[in-house]
Design a protein around this ligand. Structure first.
Ligand code: NAD
Length: 320
């Protein structure tokens, strides 16, 4: 049985990736600093390790005799725009430690293939209506936030180690990802989960607060699409960074309206001050399309699968 390691397996995308790898017949070791909050792990083995420490990265990769391991590195100290904004020092320090140590340990352990989850935050801000940004548009670099700078640096660390040690590196730049079993409250949640929660908490005919003026343009990728993109990229021969994202772009207000439709509620929006991030996004997906990947979950379909899960969490938390 092929063995694989998923770092960040106690998190949102990592948890879904483990389930998919198990369905495909892999033996999976999950690694995280914490257990998954919303679902029991599907991994065969789950190691609780702080990957900021080199010795723990080495332990995460030690599999004994057999094929050199392949690794999916999704562990990161991260959250939505609010968290990235107020915890910028922790985001830069913790994530650079995780990625430097894990890349170094992987090269020493002769890891064959290394997947790294980078982000669309490596790109500069865009104006609405700008032509699609290809991957090379990340340079000259001007990420909008420190989270993006760390991701760009860690991409480069991995590429350097891959060059020197003959390790195959696959780097995805994820757009916003959403779906069930992701953080939905507590301050680290991202816009789709936060809006689902606010709408679940609101009465029919009620009002929710939305940070900014509601015009920021984004695309949102359902987690099953993201996991499918991760696996296709990992198994491809695509060198360098690859964008993965649903090509459906909406404003924040349109996202809120789409969630309200799924909820069957009439909701008004009050725009309040808060960290918004970039004004607009529009990315080229040609590289990931070349693997045969297509988004199978338009926003309405993905929200129809996500909202009921968050609504159930809200109801359960009220019953506590
Ligand atoms: P998540 O926060 O749900 O998962 C990340 C996991 O990393 C968490 O379970 C966390 O406990 C773990 N972690 C943090 N510090 C650690 C440490 N020191 N040692 C071991 N584990 C540690 O986030 P996610 O949404 O699943 O994101 C996964 C990856 O994808 C991250 O690298 C993230 O930056 C990237 N990404 C996510 C999105 C998105 O929209 N969700 C977008 C772009 C990029």
């Amino acid at each position: 049985m092929k063995r694989t390691i998923v770092c960040g397996a106690g998190g949102f995308i990592g948890g879904h990736l483990v389930k998919r790898l198990k369905r495909e017949g892999y033996w999976v070791r999950g690694v995280d600093i914490k257990e998954h909050e919303y679902a029991p792990t599907a991994a065969d083995e789950f190691l609780l390790l702080d990957l900021r420490k080199l010795g723990n990265c080495e332990a995460a990769l030690a599999l004994g005799p057999g094929d050199p391991p392949e690794i999916y590195q999704l562990a990161a100290d991260m959250g939505g725009m609010g968290f990235i904004h107020y915890a910028e020092c922790e985001v830069m320090r913790h994530n650079v430690l995780i990625n430097l140590n894990m890349t170094h340990a992987a090269a020493a352990a002769r890891v064959a293939r290394y997947f790294y989850s980078s982000s669309a935050c490596v790109y500069r801000d865009m104006a609405p209506g700008e032509p699609e940004m290809p991957e090379e548009g990340a340079y000259p670099a001007m990420p909008h936030n420190e989270y993006g700078w760390e991701k760009l640096y860690s991409e480069r660390v991995l590429l350097a180690y891959a060059r020197r040690h003959g390790m195959t590196a696959r780097i995805a730049r994820f757009q916003n990802c959403y779906g069930p079993e992701g953080t939905w409250d507590g301050g680290r949640e991202k816009a789709p989960a936060a809006l689902c929660r606010k709408i679940a908490e609101a009465e029919d005919g009620g009002t929710i607060d939305v940070w900014g003026d509601g015009t920021a343009v984004r695309s949102y990728t359902y987690v099953d699409d993201m996991v499918d993109g991760i696996l296709r990229l990992m198994r491809s021969d695509l060198e360098g960074a690859v964008n993965i994202g649903c090509p459906e772009y909406v404003t924040v207000d349109e996202l809120a309206a789409a969630i309200a439709r799924v909820a069957g509620k009439k909701i008004s929006i009050r725009h309040v001050e808060g960290p918004v991030g970039v004004q607009s996004r529009n990315f080229a997906n040609d590289r990931i399309y070349s693997t045969g990947w297509q988004s199978a979950f338009p926003l309405a379909r993905g929200l129809a699968l996500t909202y009921p899960w968050i609504e159930a969490q809200v109801r359960a938390s009220r019953g506590k």
